[in-house]
Design a protein. Structure first.
Length: 424
């Protein structure tokens, strides 16, 4: 693709139109099929995709892109997972294997299948979080790549073009692990009905992808459905709020897009109320529906002033005190006590200060152990009663001194006491 992209597409489209007209096909098919391809495709497509695939001529869509290095049974919107965004509805995030080029072909243009070349991508300058149709039934949800308008009816009737997964796993990051195997696709297709497709925002080149309402999924599966804020990669001529602009000079090196423009995904505080209202089937050729929880980008089309406030939406999660401040000016006397109510939390840090004194008594507690050391000094052992035994040793000799006098008296007075005792 070295020549002018728009010129070559216009020439090929005109040639295809003449060929189909000569073959007797309705002109409406030619116009409808060329509608997505003739939408002023930017030159940046070449720089973004040349390194990851090749361009081929295809009638009636002109020059289309085919990815390289994919298996024979490959199909779009399989290697990745879904996240629900407040801004655009269900957003497709590509896996690492397709991140370098998936940000282009899954968010711009359409997909179609040809038996000779397989799946091919038709350029288009309108942006969407994902270009898919949705089916639901029997607690099973499915999606398929959205083809050009003239092929939509035919593609909706092809079970092999659809990917099905149990409803409870729609928010899983490893989504591919829960896909129904190919033999079960036909049964899942028959058990489901077409329920939604992308919705165009009037006056802009942006579409939203409501899909299945997150409240219905939460009510049906009894699981929590989180909402996310995504900053997607977009081309310079795409007016997507919060998007990261990618330029041709950033795409010369293979794989540089991840370093130059990393996609950011952050969970929000949005809470979805569970609902049991099942989606109604779409009629033939019916447009998509926004559902009970319209994406914010679609809400901005009905009320213009609400579009600018969309960016501040991430700020409320960061600080929920902001809304009360908006109500404070309404009642001047009220706001004064409220800020004072905010100050008491500052008194709590003061409560932390009394805690340091608590360690101070602890060193005093260390001193009492000195008293137990004094107790051993008191040593009641000083009462050493052992010295008491010496006095008895001194008492014993006097007993020996009294014994000899009685022995000296008997020889002097022995006869008289004996005579005295006899007369008695």
């Amino acid at each position: 693709m070295t020549k002018s992209f728009a010129f070559r597409r216009a020439a090929l489209a005109a040639l295809a139109a003449l060929m189909l007209a000569g073959a007797g096909l309705p002109a409406s098919i030619v116009v409808g099929s060329l509608a997505p391809a003739m939408a002023q495709a930017p030159q940046d497509f070449e720089a973004a995709l040349d390194a990851y695939g090749h361009w081929v001529q295809h009638a009636p869509y002109g020059e289309v892109w085919v990815p390289d290095g994919v298996p024979p049974d490959w199909r779009p919107y399989e290697n990745g997972h879904w996240v629900y965004t407040d801004d655009w509805g269900w957003y497709w995030i590509s896996d690492d294997s397709e991140e370098d080029w998936g940000w282009v072909v899954y968010h711009y243009g359409r997909w179609a299948f040809d038996g000779g070349i397989g799946w091919f991508w038709i350029p288009g300058d309108e942006w969407a979080p994902a270009w898919v149709d949705w089916r639901y039934g029997d607690d099973t949800v499915g999606w398929a790549p959205l083809p050009p308008d003239d092929l939509i009816d035919a593609y909706d009737e092809q079970p092999d073009y659809w990917v099905f997964v149990p409803l409870r796993y729609i928010g899983e990051q490893r989504l591919r692990s829960y896909y129904l195997p190919p033999p079960r696709r036909t049964g899942a297709w028959r058990a489901t009905r077409l329920v939604n497709r992308p919705v165009h925002i009037q006056g802009r080149r942006i579409w939203v992808n409501p899909g299945l309402a997150p409240g219905f999924i939460a009510g049906r599966t009894r699981l929590r459905i989180d909402a996310y804020q995504v900053r997607p990669r977009v081309f310079a001529n795409t007016n997507v709020q919060g998007g990261i602009t990618v330029r041709a000079q950033d795409l010369h090196t293979r794989g540089a897009i991840r370093r130059v423009a990393p996609v950011t995904v952050q969970r929000t505080t949005t809470v979805f109320q569970p609902s049991t209202a099942a989606p109604a089937p779409l009629g033939k050729n019916a447009p998509g529906v926004l559902g009970p929880h319209p994406p914010r980008a679609a809400q901005g089309t009905t009320v213009a002033p609400t579009a600018p406030p969309a960016p501040p939406s991430p700020k409320p999660p960061a600080g929920t005190v902001v809304p009360p401040k908006s109500t404070l000016p309404a009642n001047p006397p009220g706001p004064q006590p409220q800020p004072r109510m905010v100050q008491p939390p500052k008194a709590q840090p003061n409560v932390v200060n009394p805690q340091p004194p608590s360690p101070s008594p602890q060193p005093h507690v260390v001193q009492p152990p000195l008293q137990p050391k004094v107790q051993p000094q008191a040593q009641p052992h000083v009462v050493q009663p052992p010295p008491s035994p010496p006095p008895p040793r001194n008492v014993a000799p006097p007993l020996q001194q009294h014994a000899p006098p009685p022995q000296a008296k008997p020889p002097a007075n022995a006869p008289p006491p004996d005579n005295q005792n006899q007369p008695r």
